[in-house]
Write a protein that binds this ligand. Structure first.
Ligand SMILES: CC(C)(COP(=O)(O)OP(=O)(O)OC[C@H]1O[C@@H](n2cnc3c(N)ncnc32)[C@H](O)[C@@H]1OP(=O)(O)O)[C@@H](O)C(=O)NCCC(=O)NCCS
Length: 149
């Protein structure tokens, strides 16, 4: 840990963290969405609980990252780790919390037999792209398609 790193505790998410994640999401996005987080975390907990990671500081959720190992989807047969949702407290950014959440997540993916990790980033979210770039992620030749319904 370097001097600029806040001494957070990186651990597996527990269902009692839903309130903390809801509060952090509200701080990041400005919307209070308790039902969404209740449903989303319940869904993730049923799939791969170890791929739900939080950073705790003074008993509060300072950051979180949710993911999963999948295989056989999008034409990717080999087990692949996916990072799907994350957030770090805006007051605590730049202190390697995101990096430490990702390290824990990637080590879980490796333990699950994944040989690569993927994520999707909206092209307008350049900060998130820079974050993944710093972690060694590279652009992948996999196009996303969308159609309005
Ligand atoms: C992206 C995010 C997770 C980064 O968290 P963080 O704790 O500040 O990141 P870290 O301090 O661990 O930084 C890790 C690396 O990413 C880089 N990085 C992080 N944020 C960056 C930014 N905004 N611009 C450029 N680079 C950035 C850092 O420079 C660092 O690189 P280094 O180790 O080579 O110096 C955080 O900014 C965030 O939560 N953003 C909003 C996420 C969001 O919108 N989620 C909803 C959609 S899933």
């Amino acid at each position: 840990m370097t001097e600029s790193e806040t001494p957070v505790r990186i651990r597996q998410l527990e269902d009692t963290d839903i309130g903390g994640i809801t509060a952090l999401d509200e701080k990041i996005g400005g919307q209070y969405r308790p039902e969404i987080w209740e449903r989303r975390i319940g869904y993730y907990l049923r799939r791969d609980p170890e791929a739900l990671v939080v950073a705790e500081l003074d008993g509060k959720v300072a950051g979180f990252m949710l993911g999963e190992v999948r295989s056989g989807e999008f034409g990717l047969e080999e087990p692949t780790g996916w990072i799907e949702v994350m957030g770090v407290d805006p007051d605590l950014r730049g202190q390697a919390i995101g990096r430490r959440l990702a390290e824990r997540m990637l080590s879980h993916f490796q333990n699950q037999g994944a040989s690569s990790v993927r994520t999707l980033v909206d092209e307008t979210m350049t900060e998130i792209a820079s974050f993944f770039d710093s972690l060694g992620f590279e652009p992948a030749p996999l196009r996303s398609f969308v159609k309005s319904l």
